[in-house]
Design a protein around this ligand. Structure first.
Ligand code: BTN
Length: 252
């Protein structure tokens, strides 16, 4: 059955994810709530990173929905949203790639990122899947980001896109994918995800998880979306979370 959609839109907000987490009581437990803003004052990235969120240029959106606590594919929600965003971008002629686990890349630069947060509300989980997508961001607004970034505008011959139309497209793709995901898990999206992964077999990787830094080579992806890295010792180590860091890239 099609889910009801409720929209909460703000001209400016600290962070759509933070607002969503503080207002789960407003959300329809059977529907999808979408929180968007034109500008975020304290946009948050993964870990301790901030997400630079200037006014009007970009999509700042949090998709919120409820999931039973025993749903076994919860760890794939961020990858699911990365797939939906990539499908949306492809339908508009872009050629996105995915950096494991869920960075959205164009021309090997980051165009979008996802921060997925889960909160228990009255015995079930409320998922807040936040996405920042650089839509019309010009080069001059990127100076404070210490990472190689780009926008749809820059990759599209400096043609401006309508941000609200991008939000609507993304919402449509995400709701389609979420319906399938809630019934069948991540398996139906795995092929798309795998085909769009930017990492090539044996590519050298630096990688950090919550505790350690690792060096190794990309080995493979598992059916549950986790990553295998071949360590110099010959051990193949499986990661369910972490961050790939390109030795050539700087990071904020
Ligand atoms: C990353 O570090 O790659 C994740 C970035 C996630 C940014 C989005 S913008 C909408 C939502 N609200 C936030 O504060 N963060 C996420």
């Amino acid at each position: 059955m099609k889910k009801t959609i409720n929209r909460y839109h703000f001209a400016a907000i600290d962070s759509t994810n933070s607002w969503a987490k503080q207002n789960t009581h407003l959300f329809d437990p059977t529907g999808v709530s979408l929180v968007t803003a034109e500008k975020q004052i304290s946009g948050r990235g993964r870990g301790t990173n901030r997400w630079v969120s200037p006014a009007e240029h970009n999509v700042y959106a949090s998709f919120c929905f409820f999931i039973p606590k025993d749903f076994s594919h919860l760890h794939n929600v961020a990858q699911l949203l990365a797939v939906s965003a990539s499908r949306m971008m492809e339908s508009r002629g872009f050629r996105p790639k995915l950096k494991w686990p869920n960075d959205i890349m164009l021309s090997e630069k980051k165009a979008g990122g996802i921060l997925c947060e889960i909160q228990e509300v009255q015995g079930i989980y409320c998922v807040v899947a936040g996405i920042g997508l650089n839509v019309n961001m010009p080069k001059e607004s990127m100076f404070e980001i210490e990472q190689q970034v780009t926008s749809l505008f820059l990759e599209n011959g400096e043609k401006t896109l309508n941000v609200e139309e991008v939000v609507q497209d993304l919402l449509r793709h995400f709701c389609e994918d979420l319906d399938v995901f809630l019934k069948e898990g991540f398996a139906p999206m795995l092929r798309f995800y795998q085909e769009h992964l930017m990492h090539q077999e044996m590519q050298q990787m630096r990688f950090r998880d919550a505790k350690n830094q690792w060096k190794g080579n990309f080995h493979s992806l598992n059916a549950d979306g986790s990553l295998n890295i071949l360590l110099p010792s010959g051990e193949i180590k499986r990661f369910t979370a972490g961050e790939y860091t390109n030795p050539k890239e700087r990071r904020g």
